[in-house]
Design a protein around this ligand. Sequence first.
Ligand code: DP6
Length: 340
Amino acid sequence: MLNKQMIVQTLLKERSFTPMVVKAKAFAPSNIALCKYWGKRDETLNLPITGSLSISLGNLGATTTVVPINEASDCIIFNGKVMDKSMPFVQKISNFLDLFRMDQNQNMHYQVETSLNIPMGAGVASSACGFAALVSALDSLYDWQLKPFELSILARLGSGSAARSFWHGFVEWECGIALDGMDSYAKPFPHDWKALRLGLLLIDSNEKSISSRVAMQRTLATSPFFDAWPKTQHEDMILLKKSIEDKDFITFAQTAETNALTLHALMMSARPQIVYSKPETLNMMDKIWQARREGLNVFFTQDAGPNLKLLFLEEDIDAVSRIFPLLKVIAPFNLLDQEC
Ligand code: DP6
């Protein structure tokens, strides 16, 4: 059976493990899926059953600095605080770094300092941009000069959605068919949409009750409807890509919303059920649908949590903000205008 270490060794064979600088820094944007990744054909390598499509959040994401240290273990600093080694999050990063400890540098440990400029608790997953920034920082530290698709494969080994956090704008991750996943990486879907806006609607900032990893496994193993998911995904992917090309906002946003609702219906049909929505999530959906009935083009998507991400156009910012005054508005294609 293939394991992560084999993939890393294949990608890094003949690469040097001598640090070329004392410290290396990289940024990776956070991303939100419009056509979701849910269900793995390989649990170990995070190989998806279907393709997915995301939008990156511009300048919002993770900045990671990596420094080799002469210590017996890694030191993980998050938003300025040294994290306790017993935390699952720290262990996850150290396990990932283990993949990069080869014969030549098996005793090498790192100080990994990550800062997020996404407001904490905004309901945006940090692991995707975190793993992508870490892989980019390691690439700079050792001057491997890996190609973007190779970085995407490496980050996927940390967390599937991290494969998509190497680019701005729309990004497509192809599921691939190869057993080793060498054809399962993301690439840009190169279409700008300057007027597009995303709104982060915070409903609950508590830690999610069940991780995406476990929830995906359970949905795949127990939902009587899972067989229908790949077909829906395939159709939604075609609709989304075409609507992006045509700048057809209604089809685009309606498809993203339906894709998210289908995903949540699928999770609810798992046994036992997986329900990420809170009563407030449904209240907010109701407000969105009411606004739509009144003629405002606002839609949403939802990930593995209770928070909603709104989709609308620049011309409707005021109207949408009046209904949702606490909305954090993001202009994914106007990188310089982004407040952090
Ligand atoms: C709902 O990438 O967090 O956000 O590969 O197990 O780490 P692992 O899962 P993860 O799942 C993301 C799920 C999602 C949809 C998406 O981002 O496509």
